[in-house]
Design a protein around this ligand. Sequence first.
Ligand code: AMP
Ligand code: DBH
Length: 542
Amino acid sequence: MTLTPGVDSPTWPREFAERYRAAGYWRGETFGGVLRERAAAHPDRLALVDPAPERRTWTYRELDERADRLAAGFAARGIGRGDRVVVQLPNIGEFVEVVFALFRIGALPVYALPAHRETEIGYFCTFAEAVAYVIPGSYGGFDYRDLAARVRKQTPSLRHVFVGGDPGEHTALSEVPCEPSGSYEGPEPHELAFLQLSGGTTGVPKLIPRTHDDYLYSLWGSNEICGVDADTRFLVALPAAHNFPMSSPGWLGVLYAGGTTVLCPKPDPATAFPLIESERITMTGLVPPLALVWTDAAQEAEQDLSGLELVLVGGAKYSEQAARRLEPALGCRLMQVFGMAEGLVNYTRLDDDLETIVTTQGRPISPDDEVRIVDDAGNDVPDGEFGHLLTRGPYTIRGYWRAPEHNARSFTEDGFYRTGDIVRRTPTGHLVVEGRAKDQINRGGEKVAPEEVENIILAHPSVHDVSVVAVPDEYLGERSLAYVILREGALPLKPVSIKRFVRERGIAAYKVPDLVEFVDAFPQTGVGKVSKKQLRSTAEQY
Ligand code: AMP
Ligand code: DBH
């Protein structure tokens, strides 16, 4: 289970690491150490609020102590430095306790989304050789304990399942904490802190290795840009495991600054607006479809939303028209954010003019974020023209976890990450996202890798071939459409039976195709490959 630096996860060449340290970006801190320092500096300040079903709160001292006791309990069960632990928790206080406990002992959380099912979880546990898996009991109408039992059978490395709630056949998280004995050695700042998930373009999701040094820089860099400080009261409206609400500036950024994080169980206005009023929320982050819903709902809201100072919108393209409506409707500032779990994050700035805020997706956090915009042949395009976005910098990974072949395609030889996004740079250095070259569907911020869904549909006995593409959608931006060719002689099928087949395989619901169409053949490219481009333009008619 040992990790080999540079092999399991490619890292920065030494001269880059030295430069990032010398520039003061990498401060030599760890997550566990930061919480300890904040708890010492302001023990009684409120760190965390979990409002449902009854309001629970944690001061910095309480969070620090909880993390310590939980860390000691994990260590006593043999979980240690470098071990991977799949954490699949919704927006509940246990999420924050668990990840800080793991940070402290140097075990690596692998952040699964609550929507993930057997296909994804089984893969994460096997591929990461996870030793433990943390779940809620039953949540949102789904029983994660059954899922864990099935995954455990197929994953020899998995020794523990911890449950926040009624544990059933597994171990209750509440039984884990014990007296801290200081028997473990914490991680070094340059070591991995966790594995984040990529939206992906391939058959299986990629794991993104982030270090304490690099991720902490993205946090305090974001805090400076967004004006996060000890008075910030941040609402985590999106799933807490997602990179955007975690780090841009997110709940981790807010804890770094000594502010207060409030976990929102659901992102709809009926749940979020009362919390904005009662918890005096000042800041939150939303994906574009949610921002639209909030903008509309604010007109008739009975709650006092006047405490809200800043709303960040990102994850998918936010239309200019929608962006113009947000500030007047919610009575706060808007900031667009264009980021990726692999690293690079761009923000519009608080002092940008309105036109820049509503028409661009911002500029990078760091003066040392290198951005190249290139044509198909890899040559830089003149400023102002569209091209492929490549990037490298102090918080952008140099490669995915254990994926050398994929890394050879996704990174240039000199370490630039090929984002797959098509962008243009304005004279002020702001980026405008024009589109995407990668094979991915962005369903209102939730990313779907067509190949992953295609592989599942191909397993259907009546299916000869399948191609999954994006269809424009007014609300989500994009939805998914599966073009299916049936086997010769197969009985006709209804779209719903394909959807049911995918769902029954145990996969996140947002990956089930929104639409299914049966066709006789796919359009081909010159060399006889399926032309996704042409399929997409056919799909535009939807
Ligand atoms: P991931 O790599 O899964 O973290 O997803 C990051 C991707 O989301 C980016 O590469 C973009 O394709 C997309 N994305 C994120 N924010 C924005 C935004 N503000 N506008 C357009 N696309 C975005
Ligand atoms: O979409 C993303 O992955 C994303 C969007 C905004 C992100 O990772 C981020 C900000 O940090």
